[in-house]
Design a protein around this ligand. Structure first.
Ligand code: ARG
Length: 467
């Protein structure tokens, strides 16, 4: 039986019928639909709409539906169910008879879908944060193993200054930890329960909303029935947070692709995550990285699709809102599938320490350190910059490095140059010079690493507290 057939005289156009259904995709909300239905059933019993026996039979029926669905996926192949709400009602009535039709007393699908989606997003956030903790832990492990290996840091994609490989890896940890934080922020706001909001004006029965909310692990019931049934800002917020995460992953992938080229030669691609060319026998391609970069585009597309679907909707529920589900599911799947693969890749990638180190130790990346040497000896910064610039110019003409210029020549550029200048140019001195919080001096990076580990630990604890 349909959920609304009474007032209709004509059957639906079969193409329209198929086209408007959402069960093909909202069937994945089944377990949330069941959990929310159980909470509603308890409230119905408390409101004396159903008896204690009826409650038991409804709850058992709901559990049986869940079991059947997990036992055989064909159970969910239902050409008749309009959506997951209709599916559950239909199956429940088939299992326990007309009592099954009592479950919908005093509620509307509008509050149900809003509740199911909140539960879905909440679970997705917990899973994503768990995955992010694993990813960050691998980055920190690799940072620790890298010791004092340096590589060039680039600005404008030109070699700028040497940094520790560990420092560079920890930069990504910062981004991913912020992404985890953004998700947590979203979780806090979404964790309120629409049940009892009815279709738009609030339930028609005196249901205990606080009890339903706490049964589902929500902090409180929502405050306004119109808002609760029609808003999807938590979906937009969540997919926006995913977009930011996808952006970080995409930039990382792009950088790794560059590092893997023969031109850079900083990393060697793990074979387990690469493919070859059907034509060119020598090739090993960065497939994982390219797909991470490519699939990030989907998430960015989905967030736009969501906002555009919602932007013109008057209050309250409109069926357009059904269109928010697929972008939500698509983005979630994309990122959930991607993160563990990135983690696996990160564990196996080989860093070419020697090549990084020698790149870090050439190409005048110590020029700023050289100017700082002069500044510390009282030369005004702008003039020091100018003098060292001249020295670089000399080297470029001769095809040598700053350390190859003899002292008298340096002195003719500035009398402030002394014998200890050469020591100041060494890679380790240059690194050590950036001795500020957040800088690349080895001592600072060590502290940053400890801090990152602590942050990952608190992230893990939070995730487990929610499990
Ligand atoms: N499948 C619908 C959706 O996802 C459920 C809510 C339907 N409500 C209604 N009044 N037709 O939005």
């Amino acid at each position: 039986m349909k959920m609304w057939s009474g007032r209709f005289r004509q059957p639906l156009d079969p193409d329209f019928e198929r086209w408007q259904r959402s069960f093909d995709f909202d069937c994945r909300l089944l377990r949330y639909e069941i959990a929310a239905s159980e909470a509603h059933a308890h409230a119905l019993k408390d409101a004396e709409i159903i008896s204690a026996d009826e409650l038991i039979s409804i709850v058992q029926g709901l559990q049986q539906i869940l079991q059947r669905a997990s036992a055989s996926p064909e159970f969910l192949q239902d050409e008749e169910a309009e959506d997951v709400h209709h599916f559950v009602e239909k199956q429940l009535a088939a299992l326990i008879g007309d009592t099954g039709y009592k479950l919908h007393s005093g509620r509307s699908r509008n509050e149900q879908i809003a509740t199911d989606l909140r539960l879905y997003v909440r679970a997705a956030i917990d899973e994503l944060r768990n995955q992010l903790a694993e990813l960050c832990a691998v980055f920190v492990d690799r940072a620790e193993k890298a010791g004092n290996t340096a590589l060039p840091a680039y600005t404008h994609l030109q070699r700028a200054e040497p940094v520790l490989l560990a420092h560079w890896l920890l930069a990504y940890v910062e981004m991913f930890l912020r992404d985890a934080d953004r998700l947590m922020d979203c979780r806090k706001r979404l964790n309120v329960c629409p049940l009892g909001s009815g279709a738009v004006a609030g339930a028609t029965l005196r249901l205990d909303r606080t009890l339903m909310a706490s049964q589902l692990g929500f902090n409180a019931p929502t405050s306004n029935s119109i808002d609760a049934t029609s808003d999807r800002d938590f979906v937009v917020e969540f997919v926006s947070a995913l977009s930011q995460l996808a952006l970080h992953l995409s930039r990382w992938a792009e950088e790794m692709i560059l590092f893997s080229t023969q031109e850079y030669g900083f990393i060697s691609l793990p074979e387990a995550y690469s493919t070859g060319s059907s034509a060119m026998p020598q090739k090993k391609n960065p497939d994982l990285l390219e797909l991470v970069r490519g699939k990030s585009g989907r998430v960015l597309g989905h967030v736009t699709a969501l906002m555009v679907s919602i932007k013109g909707l008057p209050l309250a529920y409109n069926k357009d809102l059904q269109e928010t589900q697929e972008p939500l599911f698509g983005s979630t799947d994309t990122v959930l599938q991607m993160l563990p693969l990135v983690t696996g890749w990160m564990k196996l990638v080989e860093f070419n320490y020697e090549r990084m180190q020698s790149a870090a130790d050439s190409g005048f990346m110590n020029a700023w350190a050289a100017a700082t040497y002069l500044v510390k000896r009282g030369v005004p910064s702008r003039l020091a910059h100018e003098r060292v610039g001249k020295a670089v110019q000399l080297c470029l003409e001769r095809g040598c490095e700053l350390r190859d210029l003899p002292l008298p020549e340096l002195r003719s550029l500035s009398p402030a140059f002394g014998e200890d200048f050469y020591e100041a140019l060494s890679l380790l001195s240059v690194l050590a010079m950036h001795d500020v919080k957040g800088g690349t001096a080895p001592g600072q990076v060590k502290q940053a690493m400890a801090m990152a580990r602590k942050n990952i630990e608190s992230l893990r604890e939070e995730v487990h507290a929610h499990a």
